[in-house]
Design a protein around this ligand. Structure first.
Ligand SMILES: *[C@@H]1O[C@H](CO)[C@@H](O)[C@H](O)[C@H]1NC(C)=O
Ligand SMILES: *[C@@H]1O[C@H](CO)[C@@H](O)[C@H](O)[C@H]1NC(C)=O
Ligand SMILES: *[C@@H]1O[C@H](CO)[C@@H](O)[C@H](O)[C@H]1NC(C)=O
Ligand SMILES: *[C@@H]1O[C@H](CO)[C@@H](O)[C@H](O)[C@H]1NC(C)=O
Ligand SMILES: *[C@@H]1O[C@H](CO)[C@@H](O)[C@H](O)[C@H]1NC(C)=O
Ligand SMILES: *[C@@H]1O[C@H](CO)[C@@H](O)[C@H](O)[C@H]1NC(C)=O
Ligand SMILES: *[C@@H]1O[C@H](CO)[C@@H](O)[C@H](O)[C@H]1NC(C)=O
Ligand SMILES: *[C@@H]1O[C@H](CO)[C@@H](O)[C@H](O)[C@H]1NC(C)=O
Ligand SMILES: *[C@@H]1O[C@H](CO)[C@@H](O)[C@H](O)[C@H]1NC(C)=O
Ligand SMILES: *[C@@H]1O[C@H](CO)[C@@H](O)[C@H](O)[C@H]1NC(C)=O
Ligand SMILES: *[C@@H]1O[C@H](CO)[C@@H](O)[C@H](O)[C@H]1NC(C)=O
Ligand SMILES: *[C@@H]1O[C@H](CO)[C@@H](O)[C@H](O)[C@H]1NC(C)=O
Length: 642
């Protein structure tokens, strides 16, 4: 080879080598210009983007949120997550970004349309526009992004029909179109077999279960919840989607049975099918899906047994079967699911006893058992909340209930209990208050809360219990004043407020009570003061009824005469604290479910009275007209003092 030829060749090489960086330089510059231009259109450009500046034009690869490919020194990734960017993509010039593989603007305030120009990012593998304010429809041009593996448009305001061309994206593994207002495409020519994660959560989809999904054999996560999908769950879901770890179909209109082939979903951890129209039995085979952690089947029409095989599910943390038509007993095997933290069986037709084995479920605080036909409480020493309302507990309140040291709230409303309250009931509950909800029981004629360690004031809501004939609050630690509304309890025949810490005067309205009817009353051992009300009721009262209230005075009742002048009142000057700020102790009260054990006298409740009942609670009491007895209400209000 001649020397001159060698020289030319060398020169040519030099020329070539210098051309590449030049080209890179020019496209990097175009990219920097494009980013600056876009930044200038934003209505809020976040402080971290201060490195995006004209004076910094040559350091594009050092700009915040920008990554370059090491070979070409041009932008390969834009990661603008959670920067509070406010604006649109309308003026984003995508053309120079020929090497971009990742565009992520998740969690900002970007609004307007998704520009169709985004389809020019031909090397894009990861596109995340989620949690923004995009509106309009999904541009068909997205289907030109054939390298895409991850596409999330989750949580925007997108509407219109999902473009069927999305099925052209052969490599997409993660597709999330959730939380938008999207409508059905013609699913029939959809096919995305590469999908591993698919969510259409919360959209306006109305079709039958899209068939293409049953061919996505690599799916591990499927969420169609909160749409209006109809029809049956296809058998192929169970037989083809064996890799599924989460199956979320809740809040749709799916109907029909759950196939026993569900056991083929052997990798399933979570299954949430609540709020559908599913029916039939819960398949026994569910017990062989050994990794199940969460099972939510509530609010369907499942009937028959709770499968005892559930006892095999050692990882089970939550099972919610409420609001179905299950009519078995509770299988003792449930007690083997010792990792359970949540068990909800309320509102079924379960019967029998609570199995003793459930006392091994030491992580459960609240066992939702209301509205069944259960007849025994069992020995559940770990419960905090016992909601046994509307069941068929009958006879005496079980002594074991007193052993439930952890109990903070108990609801025994709507049972058929009789006999007396166990003497040590409430021994673990030092500060119970009377729940305001008691006032809802408008048909109550007998309320006996005697000797229950009750504290706090009598709730104002009880003034609506105008039909009360017998009221016994004795032996508690109730405080506050006696309500003057008591004077309008026209049917009252027995009133016992003794041995509390009630203060103030006995309201003069009580003097209006029907003296013929009111045959017994007891105000003794409180902190009551002032004169007895005039009126016939108290005229011939015995001293016993008022004993232990050193401030009471008046005629009758063995009390001392009241001072004749009124001057004591005017002398009672209020003292003001000046310049002293009295810190108010915040008393944060978390109310828990109220607890009522109701007992009615059969004969007292006429059908007509029952018809008048207009709220749910009283309607239920009607269904459980029971034997004579007292009623009690216990509910613990946990209080925290700052
Ligand atoms: C977020 O952007 C808005 C403008 O859209 C602005 O008013 C607000 O101050 C920004 N918040 C923060 C934390 O930067
Ligand atoms: C999908 O169906 C539409 C008509 O509904 C048709 O125009 C289109 O070619 C089909 N696409 C594929 C990929 O089959
Ligand atoms: C499913 O996953 C396997 C293993 O990761 C992979 O080899 C296969 O190509 C995937 N199937 C599809 C259709 O993407
Ligand atoms: C199952 O649900 C739990 C709690 O909601 C969640 O933390 C977990 O990621 C879910 N598992 C799957 C596979 O979706
Ligand atoms: C369960 O799947 C098998 C095929 O794997 C099928 O033959 C059978 O009919 C399915 N069972 C039900 C109840 O559909
Ligand atoms: C449960 O309900 C089904 C269907 O309604 C009925 O056939 C079955 O006898 C019931 N089982 C029990 C234990 O009541
Ligand atoms: C029980 O639950 C805890 C946390 O909720 C978890 O760490 C543990 O692995 C679970 N045990 C089983 C057997 O699943
Ligand atoms: C509670 O669990 C222990 C250990 O598994 C077992 O021996 C015991 O019988 C269980 N108790 C009940 C009442 O089932
Ligand atoms: C109930 O539990 C207590 C405390 O764990 C225990 O001493 C008692 O024997 C249990 N009663 C029954 C009937 O199992
Ligand atoms: C309530 O229990 C008594 C026996 O304690 C029984 O005679 C009565 O029929 C029961 N009432 C209801 C509605 O179950
Ligand atoms: C029950 O009473 C509470 C408090 O008094 C009230 O807020 C609630 O609305 C009532 N519920 C019904 C069903 O009447
Ligand atoms: C209320 O119940 C107690 C026992 O708990 C009883 O001693 C008392 O007589 C009852 N009061 C009325 C008015 O029936």
């Amino acid at each position: 080879m001649a020397a001159s030829q060698k020289l030319y060749l060398a020169l040519f090489h030099v020329l070539l080598l210098s051309l590449f960086p030049l080209k890179a330089k020019s496209s990097a510059r175009a990219q920097a210009e494009a980013l600056l231009q876009w930044k200038s259109t934003l209505s809020f450009s976040p402080p971290p983007l201060s490195s995006w500046s004209r004076s910094n034009l040559n350091n594009l690869c050092e700009w915040t949120a920008v990554s370059c490919s090491s070979t070409s020194r041009t932008v390969s990734q834009i990661n603008l997550r959670s920067l509070n960017i406010t604006g649109t993509l309308a003026h984003f010039n995508f053309t120079p970004f020929t090497d971009l593989t990742r565009f992520d603007i998740q969690s900002n305030n970007v609004n307007g349309a998704i520009p169709s120009a985004i389809g020019s990012l031909s090397k894009l593998t990861h596109l995340d526009l989620s949690v923004n304010l995009f509106e309009g429809s999904i541009p068909v041009e997205i289907s030109q992004l054939t390298e895409l593996q991850y596409l999330s448009l989750y949580s925007n305001n997108l509407n219109g029909i999902i473009p069927f061309q999305l099925a052209n994206l052969p490599k997409v593994r993660h597709l999330d179109l959730g939380s938008n207002y999207l409508e059905n495409p013609d699913w029939s020519n959809f096919s995305m077999p590469s999908l591993e994660y698919l969510s259409f959560f919360l959209n306006e989809l109305t079709a039958e279960f899209p068939h293409f999904i049953t061919n996505c054999r690599n799916l591990t996560f499927l969420d169609l919840s909160l749409n209006k999908f109809t029809g049956q769950i296809p058998e192929l879901v169970y037989t083809n989607l064996g890799k599924l770890e989460a199956l979320n179909l809740y809040n749709n209109l799916f109907q029909g049975p759950l196939s026993s082939n569900i056991s083929k979903l052997s990798n399933l951890k979570n299954i949430s099918l609540q709020n559908n129209l599913l029916s039939g039995q819960i398949p026994e085979s569910i017990g062989s899906i050994s990794g199940l952690q969460i099972v939510e089947l509530f609010s369907n029409s499942f009937q028959g047994n709770i499968p005892s095989s559930i006892g095999q599910l050692k990882h089970l943390e939550k099972i919610d079967l409420r609001m179905n038509a299950l009519n078995s007993t509770i299988p003792p095997e449930l007690g083997l699911c010792t990792n359970l933290t949540y068990l909800a069986l309320a509102d079924n037709q379960l019967s029998g006893e609570l199995p003793l084995s459930l006392s091994n479920l030491s992580k459960i605080a609240d066992m939702g058992l209301s509205e069944n036909s259960l007849s025994e409480v069992g020995n559940l020493t770990m419960l905090q909340i016992l909601d046994f309302n509307t069941n068929q507990l009958h006879g005496e309140l079980p002594q074991t209930i007193s052993n439930i040291a952890s109990l903070t709230s108990i609801n025994l409303f709507g049972n058929n209990l009789s006999g007396s309250i166990p003497s040590d009931f409430g021994k673990y509950m030092p500060s119970l208050a009377i729940p305001a909800e008691l006032g809802n029981l408008s048909m109550l004629f007998m309320l006996n809360l005697s000797n229950n360690h009750l504290t706090g004031e009598v709730p104002q809501s009880l003034t609506s219990l105008k039909g009360l004939e017998s009221l016994d609050f004795s032996d508690n630690k109730l405080t506050g004043n006696i309500s003057k509304e008591l004077g309008s309890y026209e049917k009252l025949s027995s009133l016992d407020l003794s041995r509390n810490n009630l203060a103030g005067e006995i309201p003069f309205e009580l003097g209006n009570l029907n003296s013929l009817r009111l045959s017994s009353f007891d105000f003794s051992y409180n902190e009551l003061t002032g004169p007895l009300p005039s009126g016939r009721v108290f005229k011939n009262a015995s001293a016993r009824s008022f004993a232990g209230n050193s401030g009471l005075c008046g005629e009758g009742g063995g009390l001392s005469q009241c001072p004749t002048t009124d001057s004591s009142k005017s002398k009672d000057n209020k003292k003001f604290l000046i310049g002293v700020i009295v810190p108010v102790c915040g008393l944060l009260v978390i109310a828990t479910i109220f607890a009522v054990l109701l007992c009615f006298r059969k004969t007292k409740l006429l059908d007509e009275e029952a018809k008048i009942a207009n709220n749910e609670l009283s309607a239920r009491t009607q269904a459980y007209l029971a034997e004579p007895l007292n009623s009690i209400t216990i509910s613990k209000l946990r209080s925290f003092q700052k």
